[in-house]
Design a protein around this ligand. Sequence first.
Ligand code: NAD
Length: 343
Amino acid sequence: MIEVGINGYGTIGKRVADAVRAQPDMEVVGVAKTRPNFEAQTAVDKDFELYAAIEDRKPQFAEAGIDLAGDVEELVEESDIVVDACPSGIGADNAEMYRKYDTPALLQGGEDADAVDASFNARSNYDTVEGDDLVRVVSCNTTGLSRLVAPLQEAYGIEKVRTTLVRRGGDPAQSGRGPINDILPNPVSLPSHHGPDVNTIFPDLNIDTLGLKVPATLMHTHSVNVTLESEPDAAEVRSLLEDERRTFVIPEWLGLDGAGAIKELAQDAGRPRADIWENCIWGESISMEGDDLYLFQAIHQESDVVPENVDAIRAVLGEASQEESMARTDEAMGLDTPLAQMQ
Ligand code: NAD
């Protein structure tokens, strides 16, 4: 059994904890929290051992009636690997602690690429991170783009990717985030950071990205144009993407006209937290104009990186091949059942 510690039990951390627990070859040692709040209570209700991330705040947990199993350094020492899901920047600050206990760690997409040994996407570069100490599971948007780029590059070759990312202003629980009623070019200057981030996975890829932020919380939407090195027809590209793991090519008849409807389907399907782990690509948007491919995809920012974290654990520890790991992860999470056919 791979013993996994989770440091940071927020949007990403709590989802990764559940996904790790579902794996037949992994166990959650415990989760570290900075303070007793509703998420700490969720961890207690789910029987995760709770560790204090900040020593001085231990009394706050006692006051809230929440028992602690120890502090975060003990969690790190007891774990074979730690998934750090702390807010952006804190993961890099924690790196010294992971080094001190010689425990490899996965950081998240909010960290700088140069803070880690390597960046990771299971479909694209699984085999490159074995034995690394610090690996970054790339952001939700970079994960979504990498899953698209990898099969297109292998099947057709890519001359250039141009993507406009229409990004949600914040997650549903991020009450402090704006914009409230606005549409922001973000960043105004080009390119957005997303293209260079995709280059941490595909160093030679020619990619430009533009970003916008809109007052939505449900999902991101990407408007994608890929100039290919060959000219497949749209049906062929569609079939290629349908055959991929972690892509859901939306059939027209489902009538999913936006992120709201996709989230509703995930709820109806009984997905935990209405999560959508796969890229949602509108089938009818897949179009070819000469060698230019166009499509729209929606990305659930809170959950597409979750299976990637599970695979990164096995990849870093050398515990399974890419195909074995992705298949095991998907089966254990319920991701291998297409979203539209789930009950
Ligand atoms: P979050 O704020 O929802 O959760 C972070 C948790 O870490 C919170 O519970 C916070 O209290 C806790 N925390 C703060 N300081 C800590 C410390 N020193 N030790 C332990 N825990 C601490 O953040 P999130 O959305 O889960 O983001 C985590 C990381 O994942 C970031 O790098 C982010 O960029 C990345 N990410 C987020 C999303 C998303 O849409 N939410 C998507 C992909 C990647």
